[in-house]
Design a protein around this ligand. Structure first.
Ligand SMILES: Cc1cc2nc3c(=O)[nH]c(=O)nc-3n(C[C@H](O)[C@H](O)[C@H](O)COP(=O)(O)O)c2cc1C
Length: 396
């Protein structure tokens, strides 16, 4: 994801410095080069050697050891991350101090800066810290966190550094902005919808939501403003997108109408129930005295048809999915035309390694311009990346 990107990680003297060790790992695993600079206080928290071993690069702590390092490192980086950012380093940054290797490098850095504050809640709420954070934010520094929770000294409140995974994803998004989808509102539907039989029972389907969640995450990581409208899933939603939880196809339809008003892209990856229970019981249907229970199903709303006029009027670029068992390409092409989609990803039904419920997927992508692209079997995250690539091609 971050091949060829260069990250400057400034570690200051907060107790959360140990979490930044994991951040280095995540950045390295995704292909980024990481140069670590530590303050003198940070060195008291975590050994320099730990960061050196994980980054595979020398860790800089002293301004006097290399006369040009502070200017070069900042100049070469695509992103500077300050994690943890102590009250002290935030104050020094806000006032433009350059009194050690960390602040000199930050002052010489021309790249975007992501600061992840971590401190005692009283230090965080002190007017001096508030003013420093405001000044930095006004200057374009992206402030992530702190999160509310138990602090190292046992108190509760705002002050915990964001988790390494959250910092990593935010950093990745900052480094990947500039894509055609960045800044656009993208609505993604995911998961199954349930058709209630009575207050406790429902008719559902095996959708895990994984494909939709991966698509939402991929679009968010490229800088899109993503709304994920999700049916009930056991897979947790990814960090980033705003999540709207729904249960029934009618609720999903209402959420879609609302969210599409100002959207540019729609990805319909949810397995919306084709059939809903004609007259669900308001009370739990009792078993006693029954040998059988007949439940009448009727066609539910087709959300692509229901939103077609709105999408056409607003020029919403639409990617849908079609799960087919026979003549998949012909049927999908028909759906693409009838339902006003720009792209449709065709899945085959009934194979354990693809489609609904699986961890991997194989899709063939049909385009309204007539292009057909058969993609290989991949993880759903990889499929999502390829599909968002194609949406970006259309946006270009
Ligand atoms: C054990 C310990 C933990 C500390 N944790 C934090 C912290 O989480 N956040 C913070 O702002 N300061 C914390 N401090 C205080 C800073 O280390 C101190 O303000 C120092 O001057 C920060 O320097 P630096 O910003 O150059 O790293 C801690 C101090 C100690 C001794």
């Amino acid at each position: 994801m971050l091949d060829g990107r260069r990250v400057l990680l400034v570690v200051s003297g907060g107790i959360a410095a140990y979490k930044s060790v994991i951040l280095v790992r995540l950045l390295r695993q995704s292909g980024a080069r990481v140069d670590v600079v530590m303050t003198a206080s940070a060195e008291k928290m975590v050994g320099k050697v730990t960061f050196e071993a994980l980054s595979g690069r020398p860790v800089l702590t002293q301004i006097w050891t290399d006369p040009l390092a502070h200017v070069e490192l900042g100049g070469e980086a695509d992103l500077a991350i300050v994690a943890p950012a102590t009250a002290n380093i935030l104050a020094r940054m806000a006032h433009g101090l350059a009194d050690d290797m960390a602040t000199s490098t930050l002052l010489a850095a021309g790249c975007p800066v992501l600061a992840c504050p971590a401190m005692n809640q009283r230090m965080w709420s002190h007017p001096a810290t508030r003013a420093n954070v405001e000044a930095l934010a006004a200057r374009g520094v992206h402030i992530l966190g702190p999160e509310v929770g138990q602090l190292a000294e046992g108190e509760e409140g705002p002050g915990r550094m964001s988790e390494p995974e959250t910092i990593f994803l935010t950093a990745a998004r900052m480094m990947r902005s500039g894509s055609p989808i960045a800044g656009l509102k993208v609505v993604v539907t995911a998961g199954p919808t349930l058709a209630p039989v009575d207050p406790v029972r429902f008719v559902g389907n095996r959708s895990s939501g994984r494909m939709g969640l991966a698509l939402a995450s991929s679009a968010w990581l490229r800088g899109a403003d993503v709304v994920l409208i999700s049916g009930p899933t056991s897979v947790p939603p990814p960090y980033g997108p705003r999540v709207v939880r729904v249960e029934t196809s009618a609720e999903m339809g209402e959420a879609l109408e609302r969210e599409l008003e100002d959207a540019s892209v729609l990805v319909m990856a949810a397995a919306v129930s084709d059939f809903v229970v004609a007259s669900p019981s308001e009370e739990k249907i009792k078993r006693a005295g029954r040998k059988a229970l007949e439940v009448q199903l009727e066609a539910g709303p087709d959300l692509l048809v229901a939103t077609r006029d709105l999408r056409t009027a607003r020029g919403v670029l639409t990617l849908g999915f079609a799960l087919e068992t026979d003549a998949p390409l012909e049927n999908a092409r028909k759906k693409l035309d009838e339902k006003g989609m720009d792209l449709v990803a065709v899945n085959e039904a009934g194979k354990p390694d693809r489609g609904v419920g699986a961890e991997t997927n194989q899709v063939t992508l049909l385009d309204s311009n007539g292009v057909v692209e058969e993609m290989p079997l991949m993880t759903k995250s990889e499929v999502a990346e390829r599909l968002i690539d194609r949406l970006e091609d259309r946006l270009r």
